[in-house]
Design a protein around this ligand. Sequence first.
Ligand code: SAM
Length: 329
Amino acid sequence: MLADSYGRVATDLRVSLTDRCNLRCSYCMPPEGLDWLPGAEQLTDDELIRLLGIAVGRLGITEIRFTGGEPLLRRGLPGIVARTAALVPRPEISLTTNGIGLGRLAGALREAGLDRVNVSLDTLDAATFVRLARRDRLADVIAGLAGAAAAGLVPVKVNAVLMRGVNDHEAVDLLQFCIDHGYQMRFIEQMPLDAQHGWRRADMVTADEIFQSLSGKFTLGPDTAHQRGSAPAERFLVDGGPAAVGIIASVTRPFCGSCDRVRLTSDGQVRNCLFARQESDLRGALRAGADDAELAERWRRAVAGKLPGHGINDPGFLQPARPMSAIGG
Ligand code: SAM
């Protein structure tokens, strides 16, 4: 098992499949993109599946979420999902994606064993989409959402980051859109993870502001039937239910004390937190011939050193050197 010295146990593995993306969301990366990781540094499919097998078979990981960068850009993704679904014990498998191409791929992914998707959608306005993501792809994302639902990848969750003066007036419309389509809406506070280091606390739209904004149209009440557990989102029933909305207050109400996550980057580094300043190299050991027991022990030691919190609110906080897309959001 992957236990740390604060009594937490990691069971949820977030895996970045590539640092590349076909959008350029301003809260994530600059218009010109990033210096992408060289191909030789990325784990091959076989290397990745071997590490996932160790995670599931020896370390108690029960959930695997593929992310990035944009995971749909990873060649052979349905094959990776199928091989993950064949691991014993079989983990829950989910995907966080911008949805571009999902309309086409959702059926194959579902057939391969994908259980659920989270699709990122920050706006319903095509011009705002271009301003935010610097690409004209809103229609593709909407089609991707519909494709996911049609393929049975449910519940389809929608993630939005609100940016002050850009899309912060759209909270109500986004939630209404999700209610109308049977998707589950979640708003995420903007975190200091952009490659440009442009995050400013005063610009962040807080969870309380999002709640206020939604309360202008909906009545949000506690969702007592749902145990929060280690889930990052605070859930509220909308107008008495059954629709619900999640608000993820990563910055203003951190939930590190119940964190059950660990991350594997596309180049084979273990990270305990989005904001970790240290990584533990598994790829080097793997390519040097380490056996499964050795790799598992390295992974255990890496997680044992997990810090108690993400530190965003500490006076000397420094953003991690690697951007979100490399870490895997
Ligand atoms: N490309 C995929 C996607 O768009 O969902 C997966 C990777 S993306 C980094 C994962 C999630 O992180 C997205 O929902 C995105 O909106 C969110 N994200 C990226 N940068 C963020 C930031 N600075 N603060 C909060 N969320 C962020």
